[in-house]
Design a protein. Structure first.
Length: 361
């Protein structure tokens, strides 16, 4: 049995903005149980086409683009050649392209700026500039359909223009830094269609993935995001089972802020190349303390044991040796560990869970 796609789309737009379940939409269209499968297929097609969103078992119409994009010339690099320069340099470069440094205050049409993209569940978003004054009055509104393949939290370069109602609006011209790498979501399987419903509501579309033998339909999984010219897909890297425990919620929050507890292959290979013992040539110019019975001061549940002390009695007092591992000695400038450490900046520990996102493997 076939269901008219336009009728489904129209019914979805006519229903309440809080969204509607499959049963509610079927009731609106006066469809019987025999048509549920066809209706679900039609709704999934609308979701994949970007005409609808699905979250929390509810379908919602995707807001139409309030200001259709104008055809503009692209001065930046091609899609296959993305910049890797720091965001701060992109700020200065975008200001030079605009002809002058923008004045403090609300953004004006005809400029370029670099900022952090904050997407909303309805499909639109705002870009908060990295340079200039703070405050919401300086944010640039990005209508639905104007954020390209950027995700919530990415650093983007945006072009501003004047919308039909006179407001300044923006369009993402380039993703400068892809901060979001992982997400948690519910694994879904329907015939040959396999996808993950993101736990993070800023994702308005499901993430297509390959079938994973570890996961069952309805279970929560950890997904590594794959950015491609045609959109975003994912790779299931862990099965988490059901939600509700503290670790699940902590990881979901951490991933939403751009943190990661996984490392890419290049970083892991760089870590594996570090020897498991001190080489003789590396002891030159150093005092060897390995014969001292040093005691670590890191707790039992610590991930790194790199701080230690030794105390001995000297006359009527004590002598204490504090030994701190020279971890930076094994980080080659410009190497995989160096680049990943620079991107992460620091290790982040989450209270009461034993979870952390480290700056190195």
């Amino acid at each position: 049995m076939k269901v008219d796609l336009e009728a489904v789309s129209r019914a979805l737009r006519e229903m309440r903005s809080s969204g509607a379940t499959l049963d509610q939409i079927a009731g609106q269209l006066q469809l019987g149980p025999a048509a549920r499968k066809a209706l679900r297929t039609a709704l999934q097609k609308l979701v994949h086409e970007g005409a609808a969103t699905y979250h929390g078992k509810r379908y919602r119409p995707q807001p139409s683009v309030e200001h259709p994009p104008e055809r503009t010339r692209t001065d930046g690099p091609s899609e296959g050649r993305r910049r890797t320069m720091p965001a701060a340099l992109l700020v200065a470069q975008s200001q030079r392209r605009a002809g002058a440094t923008p004045e403090p205050g609300p953004p004006q049409p005809g400029h370029e700026l670099v900022g952090t993209l904050h997407l909303k569940t309805e499909g639109y978003g705002f870009v908060s500039p990295l340079a200039g004054g703070g405050g919401r009055e300086n944010d640039v509104f990005v209508p639905p359909g104007r954020s390209r393949d950027a995700l919530d939290g990415d650093v983007v370069r945006v072009r501003t223009s004047r919308g039909r109602d006179g407001r300044t609006i923006g369009e993402v011209a380039e993703v400068v830094e892809r901060r979001r790498q992982l997400l948690l979501g519910r694994y879904r399987v329907q015939a040959k269609n396999i996808w993950v419903e993101p736990h993070d509501r800023t994702f308005v579309h499901p993430i297509p993935v390959r079938r994973d033998p570890r996961a069952k339909d309805g279970e929560f999984v950890k997904v590594r995001l794959i950015r491609e010219p045609g959109g975003v897909s994912g790779e299931v890297i862990a099965r988490l089972g059901t939600s509700g425990d503290a670790r699940f919620e902590i990881l979901a929050s951490a991933y939403a802020e751009g943190f990661s507890d996984e490392f890419d292959r290049a970083t892991l290979l760089a870590a594996e190349s570090v020897p498991d013992h001190v080489l003789r040539e590396e002891t030159a110019g150093r005092r060897d303390l390995r014969r001292l019975p040093l005691v670590t001061i890191d707790g039992e549940d610590a991930r790194d044991f790199d701080d230690a002390v030794f105390v001995s009695r000297v006359g009527s007092g004590y002598r204490m040796v504090v030994a701190i591992a020279d971890v930076a000695h094994y980080v080659k400038p410009g190497g995989g560990l160096d680049r990943e450490g620079l991107r992460r900046a620091t290790s982040v520990y989450f209270p009461g869970s034993g979870s952390r996102t480290g700056s190195a493997p």
